[in-house]
Design a protein around this ligand. Sequence first.
Ligand code: C2O
Ligand code: CU
Length: 457
Amino acid sequence: MAASCGSATDQHAALRVELQEEFEGAYPATPAGGGVTHDIDLVAAPATIALLEGTETAVWAYNDTVPGPQIRISLGDAVRVSLTNELPVPTTIHWHGIRVPNNMDGVPGVNQDHIEPGETFAYEFTPPDAGTYWYHSHTEGSEQLERGLYGSFIVEDTDTSAEASTDVVWVVDDWLLDDQNQIDPAFNTTADRTHSGRWGNHMTVNASADQSLTVRPGEQIRLRMVNASNGRVYMPDFDTISASVVAIDGLNVAKPFHADELKLAPGNRADFLIQAPTLPGVYVVNDMYLGTPQALASITVLDEPAATAVTDFDTRQLVPDQLVPEWSGAHDAPIDHELLFETAEVDGEWKWFINGEAFPNHNVLDLELGQFTKIRLRNQTHPLHPIHLHGVFFKVLTRNGEPVDEPYFRDTILLEQLDEVEIGLVPLDEGQWVLHCHIQEHADAGMMTVMNIAPES
Ligand code: C2O
Ligand code: CU
């Protein structure tokens, strides 16, 4: 009857307000500002790097280095990044995880036009949230990311009263090299598309196959890990070293937790706070995602006197509190959008579909600015899908029907075979933001759609 139907709607409206209020203050609605402006010039062009000891590998790079120059600023600072395209093909840059003005978000056809060879485009913004972010090409990622077009972007928190003595970024990637140690030029193959993207045969950290971090005994390290791979998932294991996770996908976690079995999918970042052992030696950091340890990098503890004043280190001095709503009431909230991920062959080419459409075809998802929104993501297939939302952080509510309480926000969530995940979010930034699979071959095969975030009309 009309009356009972009306009351259910009222209950939902009241619940939505409650959930929205629980979120209030989690992260800011407006950029910090008040800092300096950094002028940065990036040139995207072919280059060669020493990826493996004693060899030269041809890549595409920003300013001749892979990863590209690290951008490191303080919260409140602005950047003006001029990108000059000296590649033989069009390109753009996306600032993964950073809530930029919508026309700076870098998705061709949605937020800007392609930057053609020979052209320059200036990206200007003030990041509103401190944390570990990264930048990468958002054009033909299955080729451009694979060739090396990415870099890290760190926004330092100016509120913290302490700093780790070492603050280091490890950008993790895997490369498919031929026997000449050159990048296999067969990008975006049917095999890559129908499986979980292209997985390489050489894993690197900061484009080096034997990255080692040298520290003193007992030293405190903030290690920021970025997964820049097209398809590979990592599960970092720090040997006997104790590592706490203090931030995920940029924002701090509500409460640091032990790093066991943390899956870093393409696009994800994790900040670890590590106390170096007092026993000198070489400690191997392994990837455990495939079950057997594979060396990623190492931490070398010097045979030297222990670092001073690091013993009773208070992680909360380094990592200020982050409000993360519990959203236990979200279970009863209605689902605003449901997204089905499927694949099929169309005229001899494998495509990936979101609700039956392969990008550039898509159904726009309308999201209301400042309102709690619940989205259900359904992987109807076996390959992996790290789903990334531009312009908004979200929290995982359930996985395969079971409530999940992750003490952090994310911008990318891994769906493994046939997984169903519900996420909650409160969008704070207006505009057209894409949602897509971060496996570049899936995104390039259509697995992308657009969220339109606008005030209630
Ligand atoms: Cu890191 Cu739309 O991507
Ligand atoms: Cu996918």
